[in-house]
Design a protein around this ligand. Structure first.
Ligand code: CTP
Ligand code: MG
Length: 224
């Protein structure tokens, strides 16, 4: 199948608070975006890559995209993640399968991208990575009062890349009636089944300063 991969990198990184858009913050000597693109470069399928960035980062993104993947397209993002994905979708061309990936998941192994592509190719439906939730989860009311404990066996913490039949995702975006935080929810709204495949702890999202520190630690060469 022809595979396209949209890497969304147009967020501002408010929670990280590093003084620059998150995907352009340094992590072990490279930007978060560059790490993410290296993972994409390691995929078995050679995808058509679309990177979505803030308007004032287009030149910088072009340079890194050409260096790491020897080409691809750049789109300018929007005010929400959903708007940024939509901007990327406009440039995927005639792909059969489209992956949507958060640049902020900088350490995602290439094998996870392959697993998602394989699942979409095998089933013809959407596939997203997820991991069991390890904490006990309480439903709470304002003020902290506990309502009940959520049955953990029914929960999955989901990650990216999320993969879908390209035509279905484009149509789901075309008919989107609300703002959602992930593409699988838009597909569900449009009536398409999406399955969870096994995720990877390394696909964690760099959201806070603590996450950035964890990523730095994981990239540190083992000392002799
Ligand atoms: N993203 C995007 N366009 C937006 C918002 C988010 O492309 N308008 C991207 C981010 O760059 C990131 C991914 O979506 O790779 C996941 O979003 P998140 O982790 O929330 O990143 P930010 O929105 O940048 O961070 P924050 O919410 O803390 O401001
Ligand atoms: Mg955000």
């Amino acid at each position: 199948p022809r595979v396209a991969c949209i890497v969304v990198a147009a967020g501002s990184g408010t929670r990280l608070g590093a003084g620059a858009p998150k995907a352009f913050v340094a992590l072990a000597g490279r930007t978060i975006l560059e790490h993410a693109l290296h993972s994409v470069a390691g995929m078995s399928a050679e995808p058509h890559v679309v990177v979505v960035v803030p308007a004032d980062r287009v030149d910088e993104a072009r340079t890194v995209l050409d260096r790491v993947l020897s080409g691809g397209d750049i789109a300018v993002g929007g005010a929400t993640r959903q708007a940024s994905v939509a901007a990327g979708l406009a440039l995927i061309g005639d792909a059969d399968i489209v992956l949507v990936h958060d640049a902020a998941r900088a350490l995602t192994p290439s094998a996870l991208f392959d697993r998602v592509v394989d699942a979409v190719a095998a089933t013809g439906t959407g596939a997203i990575p997820g991991l069991p939730v390890s904490d006990t989860i309480k439903r709470t009311a304002a003020g902290g009062a506990i309502i009940d404990t959520v049955d953990r066996s029914q929960l999955a913490a989901v990650q990216t890349p999320q993969g879908f039949p390209a035509a279905e995702l484009v149509a789901a975006y075309g008919s989107a009636a609300r703002d959602v935080t992930d593409d699988a929810q838009l597909m569900a709204d449009a009536g398409h089944p999406v399955a969870v495949v096994e995720g990877d702890p390394l696909a964690f999202k760099v959201t806070t300063a603590w996450d950035l520190r964890r990523a730095e630690e994981l990239l540190r060469p083992a000392s002799a």
